[in-house]
Write a protein that binds this ligand. Structure first.
Ligand code: URA
Length: 236
């Protein structure tokens, strides 16, 4: 049993606060009866808002180690393989945020709209930890420059824990790890392009506290209830 407003928010209809308003306004019915604020419902109860039945799918949560060459949407207009195609489920899941076509690593997929919103909201500053191979030698001065934060286009980036792990003389490329908390599209590529070191390869090693060390490329696993609860606790 869960509170009605939580179930409505999880279905991706609106925020919990808005759900409470809808219940107070008398717009929500449970099993044909007017709902009351704070009431608890189960997955078998029928919930109707403003005359419409809400989607009551059981919530599912997956962590995928995304391979290269896969798009991060639930439906690609060009018919390419998507991250959703890699997960064995009959639920209507979608990725939480995006990794580029050629980026590998940790990506979450769920049908829980409320959690997806929490994790994607910049205010909640979810850690995204990356390992990038970039062109050229990244110098100490450049690392110090990045540490101060930078603006590229209209976006502000504040990379943290930037470390040059190695420099490969033969290919003239550097391997750099860093953490970002904003979640902008192409954030790592934009940062390194700005300082003249285009990204050659990119992997997301962690999303929040979840890493993909135990998963081979293309493998996924379900999150356990404790992990889901921990992800909810990122809400500020
Ligand atoms: N930053 C990028 O540039 N690409 C990604 O896929 C993720 C972060």
């Amino acid at each position: 049993m869960e509170r009605l407003q939580k179930i409505i928010a999880q279905a991706g209809i609106c925020s919990r606060r808005r759900a409470e308003e809808l219940i107070r306004e008398g717009s929500v019915k449970v099993n044909g009866e007017m709902a009351t604020l704070g009431m608890k419902v189960s997955y078998t109860d029928n919930i109707v808002i403003g005359g419409k039945n809400i989607n009551r799918e059981e919530k599912v949560y997956f962590l995928l180690n995304k391979p290269r060459g896969i798009v991060c949407t639930s439906n690609d207009e060009k018919g390419r393989k998507t991250v959703v195609d890699l997960i064995d489920t009959d639920k209507r899941i979608y990725p939480v945020g995006r990794l580029d076509y050629d980026t590998t690593g940790a990506i979450l997929l769920t049908n829980d709209g409320e959690l997806a919103n929490i994790l994607m909201h910049p205010r909640n500053e979810i850690e995204r930890s990356y390992y990038a191979k970039v062109e050229g030698l990244v110098t100490k001065d450049e690392v110090n420059f990045l540490k101060k934060g930078l603006i590229v286009g209209r976006e502000k980036y504040r990379p943290e824990h930037i470390k040059v792990r190695k420099y490969d003389k033969k290919s003239n490329s550097s391997y750099v790890s860093l953490i970002l908390r904003e979640g902008h599209n192409h954030e790592v590529k934009n940062i390194f392009k700005e300082i003249g070191h285009p990204v050659i390869k990119l992997k997301r090693e962690y999303f929040a506290f979840l890493d993909v060390k135990s998963l081979k490329s293309g493998e996924f696993r379900k999150l356990n209830p404790k992990e889901v609860k921990q992800l909810y606790s990122y809400k500020k």
